[in-house]
Design a protein around this ligand. Sequence first.
Ligand SMILES: N[C@@H](CCSC[C@H]1O[C@@H](n2cnc3c(=O)[nH]cnc32)[C@H](O)[C@@H]1O)C(=O)O
Ligand SMILES: [Zn+2]
Length: 434
Amino acid sequence: MSRKWLIKNGTFAVMNPEKPVINGYMLVENDRILYIGETLPEGAEGEGVESFDGSGLLFLPGLVNTHGHAAMSLLRGYGDDLALQVWLQEKMWPMEAKFTSEDVYHGTALSVLEMLKGGTTTFLDMYDHMDQVGKVAQESGIRAVLTRGVIGLCPPEVQTAKLQDAVSFAKQWHGAADGRITAMMSPHAPYTCPPDYIEKIVQAAHDLDLPLHTHMSETRAEVEQNVRDYGVRPVEHLLKVGLFSRPSLVAHAVHLTDEEIAILAEHHVGVSHNPGSNLKLASGVARVVDLLKAGVTVSLGTDGPASNNNLDMLEEIRLAALIHKGVSGDPTAVPALEALKMGTEYGAKSLFLPEVGRLEAGMKADFIALNVEQAHFLPKTDYISHTVYSAGAKDVEHVWVDGRQVVKHGECLTLDEERIRFEAQKAFEGLLAR
Ligand SMILES: N[C@@H](CCSC[C@H]1O[C@@H](n2cnc3c(=O)[nH]cnc32)[C@H](O)[C@@H]1O)C(=O)O
Ligand SMILES: [Zn+2]
């Protein structure tokens, strides 16, 4: 049965450069936006059309988190203030080796709860035990791009088994949950996957017609090691092993030369910029201004909750708008509207979701409403500025994904919050005890 509803008296971030915010109406039918504009279209208020009072609310496209490891919420606060390689090898990997499917389920549920309540309607997740992540995505109503990340520092038969796992996961879940779930293929990083293994993963992505995702050039040490081991920097290395022969998205991309930026632009490689994680692990500051100037699609990711340590995309948007000003000494770098697009429109583009990321007729009904009747949203002037420089996850009042309301007045309708918090704490204690 078709359901139509009309939002009246709302303020909408349509993000057109000439007029980024409009006051007016949005008509939604099932999973799609039918109309958005300043005037009420003829017949829009007809019989059977529910109406929704949008006053006091600012409607934005749902936020898109393009890189993370949701289950790592179980390791939040476990191993802070360390460099990436120490943090991974001494803290994360030994604990993650003990993760069961149940742990991944509970950790992911905790993260998805946090993301939905904070206005994230789409997330990318690179992890292991991905069936559990698929299950949480299915149950919660969130949109998800899922990929079984593989670390290839293991004997050939284990490599083969992991790749097989990634392939069967992708086959089973690509297009699942009414199309809300799509899949990608992921070598974890050039420093954890030998070149011939990356080539096999790329071949599998070709066979499945799926995009690729990987960590790349996150730290200076990793780039130096790549040069020592393979004679070239990571971008040229990934180009050689064929990764950029398919649509692809790389996470971090902090340490880049001009030549590398040109290669990324030429091959339409998206970059998931993770400012919070990069600051916390002291990885450096990505050359976002230069990437954008070169025409690279730059989106935003939180990375895992153990290196951030929250999943507040409004915070990443603010960091992206602030850091590049501070580092370049140019206050016009990454203006507010550009930062907000990185967290929405460019995120959707990076994840190959052409129907997501903008409030526009014909697009999927993935959108959020902030409660702007609060001190930090006054005066009622520039709501793009207020969203980027003043808002946070706690301002999210309502969330819809695929036309379905999943958060109402700050409460998640699809997940049992109390149970999820209880299970996550229990799972962490179980990990410590094993
Ligand atoms: N355990 C899997 C690989 C999981 S992929 C996700 C991995 O990314 C790791 N990770 C999380 N954040 C970062 C980061 O910032 N850089 C590199 N790796 C990360 C995380 O610890 C996890 O092991 C296997 O069987 O091969
Ligand atoms: Zn990561």
